[in-house]
Ligand binder design. Structure first.
Ligand SMILES: Cc1cc2nc3c(=O)[nH]c(=O)nc-3n(C[C@H](O)[C@H](O)[C@H](O)COP(=O)(O)OP(=O)(O)OC[C@H]3O[C@@H](n4cnc5c(N)ncnc54)[C@H](O)[C@@H]3O)c2cc1C
Length: 399
């Protein structure tokens, strides 16, 4: 059986391993982190299209043990006025809406499935160097260990060393100018609205929240900030971020200030990066998947779903095309345009989140958005985002 070395145990890595196993490949996963992080990455939106991939893997029901259907997004102005509602999934089909879930649950569901399939995962294995020979490829890890396989799949996220190996001239991720800071809260008396995510165009910054059935609030804010690296972001105490956000959102409507005053547990802060166009997704025996080649801002809630789609498509190509170079080329051909379109769309949404200091611009936005959003719950223009289906039973040549 040919063997794939999979670098990264986030979203794409375990999904690729599971699909490859179905395609007749042996797979082994190597993850830089030393252990799972129950709080890491807070929560995320798994869109209808990503759910379809999880369904093909038989994992959707397990995901829903922690995640819940959230088919609407309600927009509010900084003065508390409702501006409109947009579907978070295909328009007019709320039962096929997207799902909000703790990120670690998504990761755990995928990992559990790889364990059940007997796919090995090594923690603390940070890829440092790749070496290709005519017969195979060797991954060298920071602790001095190494592994050899027939191909190497970089599912190593936005900072991907694999992308750099494939093309030393590959673009670096571009910082969007926004942070995503978030966490959990409980606010006495706040009514559960699990079906609806609330998005507030606050007077000085964007804020999102939803209230689960049990009263837990999932919240995030997108303050504009100069770039800070991951270690610098981690070094800032949660209470400092909360104080900063309380100042930014002090004039925003109920329950935004109350959520920030009642945050529970740790606060996570992440820079938002994008990779709008990576020309080369593969070289020789090495290919990259997910954020490594098309990192997107979280505004469209699609990054994880695109990574899942990539994983299935790549495995399909490796199943149906015997030469790995052909399979990799077909995979890039099938995926690049869609991924880049979503990154572009998500970026356009992020731009609307950037706070404006001009009162006139805010007035205009608050006056015009309701007109744009009128009837949005029935507007099918974005259905292509959610209705993308990969048919495992079809040949990669026909897909
Ligand atoms: C704040 C924030 C909110 C988001 N919200 C959403 C959302 O609501 N919906 C959505 O769909 N997407 C969201 N995203 C985007 C989403 O997280 C990514 O698109 C998705 O995780 C990509 O999956 P991936 O497997 O490609 O990368 P990742 O999930 O990042 O996994 C990469 C893995 O590789 C490992 N790794 C990195 N370097 C190495 C190395 N050298 N050696 C070995 N392992 C390595 C990492 O530790 C990590 O586990 C959000 C992103 C951020 C930052």
């Amino acid at each position: 059986m040919p063997k794939a070395l999979i670098i990264g145990g986030g979203v794409a890595g375990p999904a690729a391993a599971l699909f490859l196993r179905r395609a007749g490949w042996e797979a082994e996963i190597f993850e830089a982190r030393h252990r799972p992080d129950a709080f890491g990455g807070l929560f995320l939106n798994v869109a209808t299209n990503g759910l379809a991939v999880l369904d093909t893997l038989g994992l959707k029901a397990r995901l829903l043990e922690d995640g819940h259907l959230s088919p609407y997004m309600e927009m509010h102005s900084g003065r508390g006025r409702k501006l409109g509602t947009v579907p978070n999934g295909p328009a007019g089909e709320p039962e096929r809406g997207s799902v909000v879930v703790r990120r670690e649950w998504l990761n755990a569901v995928l990992r559990e499935a790889t364990e059940n399939a007997g796919i090995p995962l090594t923690w603390g294995a940070r890829l440092e160097r790749i070496e290709e020979t005519p017969d195979g490829v060797t991954a060298h890890f920071a602790d001095g260990s190494q592994a050899t396989g027939d191909i190497l799949i970089g599912c190593d996220g936005v900072g991907s060393p694999t992308r750099r190996w494939i093309d030393p001239e590959a673009p670096d991720p571009a910082y969007s100018g926004l942070l995503s800071i978030g966490g959990f809260a409980r606010v006495d008396g706040l009514e559960p609205t699990p079906l609806t995510q609330h998005m507030v165009f606050g007077t000085r910054g964007f804020f999102g929240y939803l209230v689960r059935d049990d009263g837990t609030v999932y919240w995030f804010a997108n303050p504009a900030r100069a770039e800070m690296d991951r270690d610098a972001l981690r070094a800032v105490p949660g209470e400092t971020w909360l104080d900063e956000l309380r100042a930014v959102h002090s004039e925003d409507p109920y329950p935004v200030p109350q959520i920030l005053d009642n945050a529970t547990g740790a606060v996570g802060a992440y820079g938002i990066y994008e990779l709008p166009h990576v020309p080369h997704w593969h070289r020789g025996r090495v290919v990259a998947v997910g954020d490594a080649v098309h990192a997107t801002s979280p505004s469209a809630g699609q990054g994880a779903s695109l990574a899942l789609e990539d994983a299935e498509t790549l495995a399909l190509c490796l199943r149906d095309l015997t030469a790995h170079e052909q399979a990799f080329a077909r995979y890039q051909q099938l995926r690049q345009r869609r991924a880049e379109d979503v990154v572009k769309y998500s970026r356009a949404i992020s731009r609307q989140k950037t706070a404006t200091s001009s009162k006139l611009a805010v007035l205009l936005r608050d006056a015009l958005l309701p007109l744009f959003l009128r009837g949005a719950t029935r507007d099918t223009r974005n259905n292509h985002l959610y209705n993308h289906v990969i048919r495992w039973e079809r040949s990669a040549l026909d897909a």
